[in-house]
Write a protein that binds this ligand. Structure first.
Ligand code: GTP
Length: 369
């Protein structure tokens, strides 16, 4: 996994960040309020700041608690951090500009953004704060600002903002890297390296929604190794594992890049075949069946071969719900096993056979009689 794979926060994380941001916002308000009521602190425009506190409080209440906006959560958080920046800038401006004791409040925004909103937004915010520092210093010192001693003092004042942004961004990308790594581990089957059912179920549900919207067919296919118990009993569990890996590899080599295969459990695999009709699903199953049957598995002593039985159901002709598609593909797989293994059945075939009168020689199929 490459380190640049930085994961964006998922909805559960965003909910947590949302709560944290609410606490930071109230904390910011309380700190400014406390400063305002301290005796002997130089505050220009006490009324102005009080009004800013009121406006910011109303903004938080309206934006956050009245649910007036239905923006995606990440953008909601971004807008809130920019409102915090504007509020902080206003307060700092009226409490001593770059010499304000409240100037470190900018760090609250920077730390939060770097940890949750990504490098680009943080960089933008750092640039905004830098412009504020420059402008505030310019209004106090005029062109003197660019004298060596004044400018280097300004740089020193600004350095903590840039440093905190940089270090927090590094920590955020390390955390994101670990999160992605753990997530991949939790979604990968150890033996075959294929996605596991947790990953597959999410992909299937998502694909089904898209297929409904685009009005496209798709297939769900179950593939099960034949007689693995015999292989285990005869050659041992590790050869059984080799067989499972060989079946996984055979499937992987027979499908398109748009298809998804996952280990369902034991010696059973499940596939999602996007944009696939009944006919195309049958062809895909046949490719898999032949590929696995022609694979020689080197056990060290003997070369073992195996076969697979396959069942599938297609959306929308055989089922319209994800769970039904899986159950029906499994029923079709079971029919393949009962019919003698190393074959493929569609759910529609077994449904048809079940409906067919038992004395009709054209439709009766021995194993399901
Ligand atoms: N080596 C190995 N065996 C496994 C693994 N998971 C399940 N099995 C075994 O695989 C066998 C699968 O059993 P079934 O699928 O019910 O039966 P089968 O022997 O494959 O026969 P059919 O599926 O009816 O063709 C069982 O004996 C399990 O113990 C695994 O990860 N590695």
């Amino acid at each position: 996994m490459k380190k640049k794979d930085v994961a964006l926060p998922d909805p559960i994380e965003l909910r947590g960040f949302n709560r944290t941001l609410a606490e930071i916002e109230w904390l910011l308000l309380v700190l400014v309020l406390v400063y305002l009521v301290l005796p002997d602190e130089p505050v220009e425009q006490t009324l102005g700041i009080a009004a800013a506190i009121a406006v910011f409080a109303v903004f938080i209440l309206g934006f956050r608690y009245l649910n007036l906006f239905t923006l995606p959560a990440r953008w909601k958080l971004t807008i809130e951090t920019w409102a915090m920046l504007a509020f902080t800038a206003f307060v700092v401006w009226h409490t001593g500009k770059v010499d304000s004791p409240l100037i470190s409040l900018f760090l609250l925004v920077i730390v939060f953004s770097a940890l949750t909103l990504g490098k680009l937004i943080t960089l933008l915010e750092v640039a905004l704060i830098a412009s504020f520092y420059l402008f505030a210093a310019y209004t106090a010192a005029g062109t003197e600002l660019f004298a060596y001693s004044t400018f280097s003092r300004l740089m020193l004042l600004f350095a903590p903002v840039a440093l905190v942004a940089y270090v927090t961004s590094l920590i955020a990308s390390d955390m994101s890297f670990s999160r992605t790594f753990v997530q991949r581990l939790s979604e990968t089957d150890e033996l075959t390296g294929l996605p596991n059912m947790r990953a597959f179920s999410v992909a299937l549900a998502r694909h089904k929604q898209a297929a409904v919207l685009r009005d496209r067919p798709f297939g769900v296919m179950m593939v099960d190794a034949d007689n693995l118990k015999e292989v285990n009993d005869r050659y041992g569990h590790s050869v059984g594992n080799q067989v499972i890996r060989a079946v996984a590899e055979g499937i992987r080599r027979s499908i398109r890049s748009a298809d998804l295969v996952a280990r369902y459990g034991g010696d059973e695999f499940i596939l999602l075949l996007p944009d696939t009709t009944e006919q195309a699903a049958h062809e895909a199953g046949e490719r898999i069946r032949m590929m696995v049957a022609s694979t020689l598995i080197d056990t060290g002593k003997d070369a073992v071969t195996t076969t697979v039985s396959i069942g599938y159901a297609t959306y929308p002709s055989m089922a319209t719900e994800v769970d039904d598609l899986m159950v029906r593909a499994d029923e079709a797989l079971y029919a393949s096993k009962r019919a003698g293994r190393n074959r493929i059945f569609a759910f529609s075939e077994i449904a048809e056979m079940a409906r067919a009168p038992h004395d009709d020689p054209d439709t009766r199929r021995e194993p399901f009689g």
